[in-house]
Design a protein around this ligand. Structure first.
Ligand SMILES: CC(C)(COP(=O)(O)OP(=O)(O)OC[C@H]1O[C@@H](n2cnc3c(N)ncnc32)[C@H](O)[C@@H]1OP(=O)(O)O)[C@@H](O)C(=O)NCCC(=O)NCCS
Length: 262
């Protein structure tokens, strides 16, 4: 018997597969999805990965089991069947990245899911817009890339696609999401892609492996990219500030009036 070998193999927290799992998690060390086994057939170091990657914006019935398994690998929260049904029905929209293992076989290596939600006034950069039209925010529900393809820009590719889709929809004002505060890899990724933290929601996640955790709200304003750079950005912000205050006054007067009426 080897005297130096510990009897119990202690798992290091940094070895977990996804930083969405709590740092002290003991549950995220084994692959669940089929893709990992299938990828054993290819030597990723010897091939031009980029030439074998494609994007698609739909999910088929036969993808569902693999997508569920990938979610179990990436996220500590169980997603209900209704979530996967909404993906199939395209109520929750998809950006899927596939890798071609052979001429006959493609595997999913990354996915991003999102949905449109009515605009929240407090998340708008220019709140006067709230009074003008029915604007939307695009909410990222989940995003993940399998471990062997991370740090190669796959998630950036999906985000660029989402930004492109949103920029072609004039009523969409921003993209946003919640992220658990300990997920440093995820936070770094969003910040590199131009997102900013605007709010912290205490105990937003009520049960991740039996504990409560806070979430950051990260946001990317789409109108940022087109009009406002440097001086113009400051100018717009200065002009918008008094307008925002007037809107706030108007709204609080309206609330008081409604309360008095009741
Ligand atoms: C967050 C995630 C989607 C990023 O995917 P990705 O394809 O590696 O992202 P990109 O290659 O576009 O960007 C990578 C950058 O993000 C950061 N990053 C990504 N994964 C990282 C990791 N595991 N550890 C540290 N930094 C990481 C790095 O800054 C990296 O830049 P670099 O390659 O120049 O060093 C991926 O890590 C993942 O699937 N995580 C598990 C699920 C999750 O946490 N989703 C986000 C919350 S919903």
């Amino acid at each position: 018997m080897n005297e130096n070998k510990p009897l119990i193999q202690v798992r290091r927290s940094q070895d977990r597969l996804s930083e969405s799992f709590p740092p002290d998690s003991q549950n995220n060390f084994e692959y669940i999805a089929n893709v990992h086994k299938l990828l054993e057939q290819v030597d990723l170091k010897k091939i031009n990965i980029q030439s074998r990657i494609t994007l698609r914006n739909f999910v088929e019935e036969e993808d569902m089991e693999e997508i569920k398994n990938l979610h179990k690998e990436w996220f500590p929260l169980p997603y209900h069947d209704s979530y996967y049904d909404s993906i199939l029905k395209n109520q929750v929209k998809s950006i899927i990245v596939e890798f071609e293992i052979s001429k006959k076989q493609k595997v999913i290596i990354g996915c991003l899911f999102y949905m449109s939600k009515p605009c929240k006034q407090k998340y708008l950069q220019f709140r006067y817009k709230y009074l003008i039209d029915d604007y939307y925010g695009v909410y990222i529900t989940t995003i993940g890339v399998i471990n062997s393809f991370r740090s190669q820009g796959i998630a950036k590719m999906m985000m660029d696609k989402l930004k492109e889709i949103c920029l072609n929809s004039p009523l969409v004002q921003y993209i946003y999401l919640h992220i658990v505060t300990y997920n440093n890899a995820g936070i770094k990724y969003y910040e590199r892609n131009g997102f900013k933290a605007i709010e912290i929601k205490r105990d937003h996640y009520s049960d991740i492996e039996g504990k409560q955790y806070d979430a950051y709200v990260y946001i990317y304003h789409l109108n940022n990219s087109s009009i406002k750079v440097g001086f113009f950005n400051d100018l717009f912000t200065c002009l918008a500030a008094p307008v925002n205050s007037i809107i706030d006054l108007f709204k609080s007067a309206k609330t008081k009036f409604n309360k008095q009426k009741q």
